[in-house]
Ligand binder design. Structure first.
Ligand code: CU
Length: 95
């Protein structure tokens, strides 16, 4: 076993044409450092913005290929996020 605690990194593809986030549910193990990598695609529209009140972030993908967001995993739960207009939704499950 490595002495380094490996970060859990998971990718979510953001695609307005497919109406949302793929996959729309991401699961992390509780207690291990985690990050979500949002990968942008074409025709983003309001999906340029990713907002989560649950996880306390508001990020913009404008002109970027990806945005990496650290996800706290100290508490188990289900945390929601959405596009800037709250039309498309995804969630993070920590357990
Ligand atoms: Cu939207």
């Amino acid at each position: 076993m490595s002495i380094f605690s490996k970060k859990q990194t998971k990718k979510v593809v953001v695609n307005a044409e497919n109406h949302g986030y793929k996959p729309d549910t991401i699961t992390f193990k509780q207690g291990k450092p985690a990050q979500l990598k949002f990968i942008s695609s074409d025709n983003m529209g309001c999906m340029n913005e990713i907002v989560s009140k649950d996880l306390n972030f508001d990020e913009n993908l404008d002109g970027k290929k990806e945005v990496i967001i650290d996800i706290p995993t100290d508490k188990p739960g289900t945390y929601n996020y959405a596009c800037g207009m709250d039309m498309f939704h995804g969630k993070v499950v920590v357990k």
